[in-house]
Write a protein of this length. Structure first.
Length: 328
């Protein structure tokens, strides 16, 4: 068994809690036309827990039929392995609707599907642009004080939104996309603002939804896969162009003696002690590969090589699809 991975403190009201420097995203275990086998998913989750991964990322809607399939998977895993319940710091997103009635319904639904597992971190999937973030934060802080969940998170928010939110109540985690495939000016601003305010950054899709492994062909994705049908960078017009970056990173990884996935994950780790990449995995072998990235160190020259690859292979396409709201 590999050694436990390095640990780090969370932010905000969760600053006394320590979790692994790499987390585990659970989305693609269930949010795809053909879910991964349950036993395989359980083995992947158990592998992460056994090696010190603490933060796990889920959502009320990470399923197709039913939409709560991801929550059901977690409930069943913990029913089989109750000894892991307190080791799993579970972050759960609901929709972006922020009225008191809608948030209350989401929390009740999530709690019902999780069974006895507490919601450790609750966040809306997107900032509700129709409601001032201050109003949303006052509501979430009241519900947190009532004991409905442990800590408040924000997802896909801009740096200025995070700053406004933290003036009302403590934000433990802000979840944004971070990878060599998604490193925009606003990404950098959120990371810097989170560091200043003592907020953890949960960096989702550090492998670019698997693109940067260089091992996925667009034609291999089944119909209904979110990457094939909902992400502009994966579109037919952009896929081949973007493979240039994946190829460049693969060469750097080979020179370093690591996998492309590990290179991307440890590069995200290098962006700050407060940045925790949360790569997805449905297989124990992949989970082990991902979490072991936390034990790898990049030199200044390694980081410069990654940044040079990004500059020489600019990513084509936008995150999600054109017109989709991001950075709320």
């Amino acid at each position: 068994m590999s050694a436990r991975i390095p640990q780090t403190n969370l932010g905000g009201s969760a600053s006394s809690l320590r979790v692994g420097k790499v987390g585990h995203g659970l989305m693609l275990m269930t949010w795809k036309p053909t879910p991964a086998p349950e036993d395989q998913c359980f083995a992947a989750i158990r592998t992460s827990l056994e090696h010190g991964v603490g933060m796990f990322n889920s959502a009320e809607f990470y399923g197709i039929n039913p939409r709560e399939a991801n929550l059901n998977l977690i409930r069943q895993f913990l029913a089989n392995h109750p000894e892991y319940t307190n080791q799993m710091f579970l972050s759960v997103k609901s929709s972006s609707r922020s009225s008191e009635e809608q948030v209350g319904q989401s929390i009740a639904n999530i709690s019902q599907h999780l069974g006895g597992k507490k919601i450790d971190l609750f966040q809306l999937a997107r900032v509700d642009r129709a409601v001032p973030v201050e109003e949303t934060m006052r509501l979430l802080e009241r519900l947190r004080e009532e004991g409905l969940f442990g800590h408040i998170g924000l997802s896909e928010c801009a740096a200025e939104t995070l700053r406004r939110a933290c003036k009302v109540a403590p934000v433990a985690v802000v979840e944004i996309e971070v990878s060599p495939f998604a490193y925009e000016d606003e990404t950098k601003a959120v990371i810097a603002t989170a560091r200043e305010l003592g907020v953890t950054v949960a960096a989702y899709s550090p492998l670019g939804q698997g693109f940067l492994t260089g091992s996925i062909n667009r034609s291999d994705l089944e119909r209904g896969d979110l990457r094939r049908e909902g992400l502009d960078k994966w579109s037919e017009k952009n896929f081949e162009s973007n493979m240039g970056l994946a190829g460049a990173l693969k060469e750097i990884a080979q020179d370093k003696g690591v996998t492309p996935a590990q290179l991307c994950i440890v590069w995200v780790c290098s962006l700050g002690e407060h940045v925790i990449p949360i790569p997805g995995s449905s297989h124990p072998g992949r989970s082990l590969e991902n979490l072991n990235a936390a034990n790898i160190t990049l030199s200044k020259e390694d980081i410069e090589a990654v940044e040079r690859a990004m500059e020489e292979n600019p990513v084509q396409g936008v995150r999600f699809q054109k017109g989709y709201p991001v950075w709320g």
